[in-house]
Design a protein around this ligand. Structure first.
Ligand SMILES: *Cc1c(COP(=O)(O)O)cnc(C)c1O
Ligand code: SF4
Length: 387
């Protein structure tokens, strides 16, 4: 923000404050005033721990953008602040880590055209933009988001809709990017209308980080567009309890009140949220805001995010501390999106100690052992359906 607050004239202060608050809650102002270069970072006197040269070197490779709102959540005194780690460039992004590659999920080989990834039998990922209001340092599509050469064109979107129309097996369309809510209400209305007009599409989903980084964007007018296209589900991307603010709670309430089922995908990030206490607090706050924790992702193998990656077993250890100890619906499924295009593989603590003809030996969350009998006469019913 401009340094206008130390104006010598005390008179219009109340009015100035009011104008400031009005601008602050205007999402277009937030977008226009995104922090995209070192020079625009807020500079409280204690930001000596920001190395401008390093940030410039990193942003030459991976762009930076942070909404003033999201930046205001940073505690600059703390070099390892979880909000800061997610949005301010770090030297370690330039390191190539073990097993990292440009396209670890092999999305490209499942991508018949720039806007479509068709990996699973009955659903597609429909990429409608590569822009985001805030670029996450841990983004899995880091190589593409914010890259002018990878931008999705209007023709790409038309081709995507045509693809979905031709593929009658697609019953679930996941609109993502980039962040779809960087598009205008009119553009979203057109895209959603076109997808909803396809008879075999049962469910539309939107994946967005907007309630986290730009909650002001969830306006009454956006919601009135969205609710025309039910059944519409939204998955958002909260990673830390400090991201739940009065603003984001208001955005979530607007969406939930419009009858939109809300889910959340959290990425397990070293130094940000890799502890059962932090995640439990986050998941409790989410369900209080009518958001169902959906997936907890192991940090994948995209280039430049090694410093965020925990061992795979860390996610299982964390689940072990949640399952049984809190509401089942506050616990997401832990998934590893494996390198090589295998897709998402769910992982659970191992509760099965032994399997035999007579049954199974299981342990419960407290470590007690139980035996479950198995009917030896049981036969799997023969399927009559050709599929
Ligand atoms: C995650 C993902 C989906 C959706 O998967 P669900 O398990 O149904 O949420 C669809 N397509 C691609 C390419 C994905 O990565
Ligand atoms: S909002 Fe999503 S697509 Fe955009 S940078 Fe963050 S993780 Fe990547």
């Amino acid at each position: 923000m401009e340094n206008s607050s130390d104006s010598p004239n005390p008179e219009p202060e109340g009015q100035e404050e009011e104008e400031k608050a009005e601008k602050w809650s205007d999402w277009k102002w937030q977008l226009k005033n995104r922090i995209m270069s070192v020079g625009r970072l807020p500079r409280p006197s204690h930001t000596h721990n920001v190395d401008e040269k390093i940030i410039s070197r990193v942003t030459d490779v991976f762009p930076m953008a942070v909404t003033p709102y999201y930046a205001s959540l940073i505690d600059w005194e703390d070099e390892n602040d979880p909000i800061r780690m997610q949005c301010i460039p770090d030297e370690r992004e330039l390191i190539s880590g073990r097993g990292e590659m440009e396209d670890p999920l092999r999305e490209e080989s499942y991508s018949p055209m720039p806007s479509i990834v068709h990996r699973y039998p009955d659903r597609v990922l429909f990429l409608v933009t590569m822009k985001c209001s805030t670029y996450c340092r841990h983004c899995t599509r880091k190589r593409k988001v914010g890259d002018r050469n990878a931008e999705i064109t209007a023709q790409d979107i038309r081709n995507g809709i045509e693809y979905i129309r031709k593929h009658e097996e697609v019953r679930d369309v996941l609109i993502s990017g980039g962040d779809p809510f960087t598009l205008s209400d009119q553009a979203l209305d057109r895209i959603l209308g076109a997808v909803r007009a396809i008879p075999h599409v049962e469910v539309i989903r939107i994946g967005t980080r907007t309630p986290v980084v730009l909650p002001q964007r969830i306006t009454e007018s956006l919601v009135s567009v969205l609710k025309k296209y039910h059944p519409l589900w939204i998955n958002t991307h909260f990673n830390h309890p400090r991201e739940i603010t009065p603003e984001s709670e208001k955005a979530l309430a607007r969406l939930a009140d419009a009858g939109i089922p809300l889910g959340n995908q959290t990425v397990l990030l070293k130094g940000v949220n890799d502890s059962p206490e932090i995640l439990k607090e986050l998941f409790h706050l989410l369900v209080k805001n009518r958001v169902r924790p959906y997936y907890l992702y192991h940090c994948d193998y995209s280039r430049g995010i090694q410093h965020f990656r925990t061992p795979v077993c860390r996610g299982i250890e964390i689940l072990e501390k949640l399952i049984g100890y809190t509401s089942g619906f506050a616990i997401p499924l832990y998934v590893v999106d494996v390198t090589g295009g295998g897709g998402k593989i769910p992982l659970l603590p191992n509760y099965c100690i032994e399997k035999s003809d007579t049954g199974m030996t299981l342990r419960n969350f407290e470590g007690n052992i139980y035996h479950v009998e198995q009917d030896q006469e049981y036969r799997v019913p023969v399927s009559t359906d050709a599929g």
